[in-house]
Ligand binder design. Structure first.
Ligand SMILES: Nc1nc2c(c(=O)[nH]1)N(C=O)[C@@H](CNc1ccc(C(=O)N[C@@H](CCC(=O)O)C(=O)O)cc1)CN2
Ligand SMILES: Nc1nc2c(ncn2[C@@H]2O[C@H](COP(=O)(O)OP(=O)(O)OP(=O)(O)O)[C@@H](O)[C@H]2O)c(=O)[nH]1
Ligand SMILES: [Mg+2]
Length: 447
């Protein structure tokens, strides 16, 4: 346990009704007594004078005292709730520093909570993610992780892997005493079930990570369909160059915008066609690349364009261009010219990027399809979680291959152990003693 006492202003900088200073560490009690007088009762708000070193009040306010281990960090913690002005907060902080406290580094309270076993890594990260959340969906997902849903899912997977290893390693260590139920096909089924759950967790975590970082929408379609005009209509400003010439956009243009608080990264791309000069062909290659990495594609068609001859070598087959794994919303554009009614139609969303007709319905559709659907199953997640889940899945695949190939239990168990370590990194929990303990508790060694 660290022997320093840390302090920091916990409320944002600037002026506010109330400003909170947090203190944590072994000398908290004596610091607080010096500033506010006799220790207040635990976990109850008390109104006190906050005295400076000259005995003159710096402020008056509420003090909270949380004796360890029943505190956020597990250490002795106190909070001073004063008036939220920068000068008052700074004077209170200086007072505590003068009494020997140290300025907390970023995340140090949460880090101490983690090292004292108060929260696991996913919860510590969820605190930061909740504070950073840029949309209601991201905030909802972060709270679910904060309440331990992600950690519990991962812990359940680690437990199942451990059980299976116990089963297999018992076969190794006690080889002269053959056990029932070690038939490898039973093992294969159990590995397959775990693999399916890892894949499901990976999907939920992947969605959560995209919610946090902002989803990517790619605007694609034929040249001149009005893709750049659609981007400008969504962004509400002239982000992209629009001209009457087909082949205007060549680079991929990256724009960040919000739809009802949902953060989106919208990419405008070059019109898909064969031919054109080298620059345009490179643009088309980049457009295809962007489409593969999208969370959703907005496929823009021109409602005034005549049906295209299928054998026109300039024209690529749009449907065949679409990556199968990415959902597509078709946007029928230029309805101010074709005279079609704006809004939802059989073949997509009918809009005019020029007049804005139908855009409200399209925005609502984007918000609904990217934000609020299946959020029940979403955990806020970070790249490192996804990497661990991928590493876990790869090791489980290896175990499965080894089991299928009739390899020894040892090899299968080794891959499962690797998967367990990879997943254990997510919560920061796995220790080899854990596994040993379980082996010895399920099998009597003297038998
Ligand atoms: N004023 C204040 N508000 C806050 C926090 C804080 O530290 N201070 N939090 C900081 O992130 C969050 C709440 N999280 C917290 C989690 C645990 C404990 C805590 O003291 N737990 C003890 C005692 C529980 C009890 O009183 O029964 C425990 O679990 O043993 C406090 C805050 C959000 N709001
Ligand atoms: N009347 C009308 N014209 C539109 C609409 N949307 C786009 N246009 C026009 O269509 C032409 C092409 O628009 P862009 O937005 O540059 O089309 P694009 O799909 O980005 O074209 P490329 O970048 O060349 O692939 C421009 O002259 C626009 O003013 C619309 O809704 N109605
Ligand atoms: Mg364009």
């Amino acid at each position: 346990m660290p022997d320093t006492t840390i302090c920091a202003v916990a409320t944002p900088p600037g002026r506010g009704g109330i400003g909170v200073i947090r203190v944590s560490g072994p000398t908290t009690a004596s610091l607080i007594e010096t500033v506010v007088g006799p220790l207040p009762s635990a976990r109850r708000a008390s109104f006190r004078r906050f005295a400076g070193d000259d005995g003159v009040a710096i402020d008056e306010g509420l003090v909270l005292w949380f004796p360890g281990p029943h505190s956020f960090t597990g250490e002795d913690v106190a909070e001073l709730h004063g008036h939220g002005g920068p000068v008052v907060m700074d004077r209170l902080l200086q007072r505590l520093l003068g009494l020997g406290a140290e300025l907390a580094s970023p995340g140090e309270f949460s880090q101490r909570a983690y090292s004292n076993g108060r929260i696991d890594l996913t919860r510590a990260e969820a605190i930061a993610d909740l504070i950073e959340a840029g949309s209601e969906s991201a905030a909802r997902a972060a709270v679910r992780s904060l309440q331990g849903e992600f950690a519990q899912t991962v812990e359940r997977l680690v437990r199942r892997l451990t059980d299976l290893r116990v089963h297999l390693e018992a076969g190794i260590d006690f080889a002269d005493e053959p056990l029932e139920g070690l038939a490898l096909d039973g093992v294969v089924q159990r590995i397959e079930a775990i693999a399916a759950e890892v894949a499901e967790t990976r999907r939920a975590a992947g969605r959560g990570q995209r919610l946090q970082e902002g989803l990517t929408v790619v605007i694609a379609g034929r040249p001149n369909a009005g893709k750049s005009s659609l981007l400008n209509a969504l962004a509400g400003r002239d982000a992209a160059i629009v001209t009457a010439l087909a082949g205007t956009t060549r680079d991929v243009l990256d724009t960040y915008l919000h739809i009802d608080g949902l953060p989106l990264r919208v990419l405008d791309t070059a019109g898909l066609r064969q031919g054109g000069d080298v620059v345009e062909q490179e643009g088309v290659r980049r457009a295809r690349q962007a489409m593969r990495e999208a969370d959703r594609i907005l496929l823009v068609t021109d409602d005034t364009a005549p049906a295209l001859a299928a054998d026109d070598s300039e024209i690529t087959d749009l449907q065949a261009e679409l990556p199968a794994s990415v959902p597509v919303t078709t946007v029928v554009n230029k309805i101010d010219l074709s005279g079609r009614t704006p809004g939802v139609a059989n073949d997509g969303f009918a809009v005019s990027a020029l007049t804005g007709d139908g855009m409200a319905a399209l925005r609502e559709h984007l918000r609904a399809s990217l934000g609020e659907d299946d959020t029940e199953a979403v955990f806020i997640a970070r790249r490192r979680h996804l990497q661990s889940l991928d590493a876990g899945a790869a090791a489980i695949d290896e175990a499965l291959e080894a089991a299928h190939a009739g390899a020894g239990e040892e090899l299968v168990a080794e891959s499962l152990g690797e998967a367990q370590r990879a997943l254990g990194e997510i919560t920061g929990a796995v220790t080899p003693e854990d596994l040993l303990g379980r082996i010895f508790s399920t099998f009597c060694i003297g038998k």
